[in-house]
Write a new protein. Structure first.
Length: 148
């Protein structure tokens, strides 16, 4: 911890990992995820490409996800799970906005384009912006000088 560890893996999160998951979703765990961020309150936000779900279900889309993590009890609760309306097999990013919404980048879709999506806290898509090619990361800005 704090960069002073010996490199030993402390725990694994995900399918067949070390955490008991509280979720009613039929396929709650992420796969080929990007931009995972764990805050001081134990909230883990990420972009779930969902490649393994897509292998099992050709209609599965990528998702924006937030998990409440309790490292001590080794429990995770799926607190936010937004279907982003399309599938990106690679790349992506996740961001919590000051207004409480989420911003997710679907970096590399099947048609060789990217798509950035803002969702409301209940998972509804507020708006989307498409790019003409793949995009590694996107972040919503308040202006050209201030990160949102």
């Amino acid at each position: 911890r704090g960069g002073a560890g010996n490199g030993r893996v402390l725990w694994k999160l995900g399918k067949d990992g070390d955490f008991q998951l509280d979720s009613t979703d039929a396929s709650p765990w992420f796969s080929h995820q990007h931009d995972a961020q764990l805050d001081a309150g134990g909230m883990l936000m990420l972009f779930d490409n969902g490649n393994l779900r897509r292998d099992a279900d050709a209609g599965a889309n990528s998702r924006g996800q937030v998990f409440q993590i309790d490292e001590t009890k080794r429990t995770a609760r799926l607190a936010f799970n937004a279907d982003l309306g399309d599938f990106a097999f690679a790349l992506g990013s996740a961001q919590r906005l000051k207004n409480g919404n989420y911003f997710f980048n679907m970096g590399y879709r099947m048609n060789n384009t990217g798509r950035a999506v803002e969702t409301t806290p209940d998972g509804k898509i507020n708006y989307a912006v498409e790019s003409t090619g793949p995009v590694y990361r996107t972040f919503r800005l308040q202006d050209m000088y201030t990160k949102q």
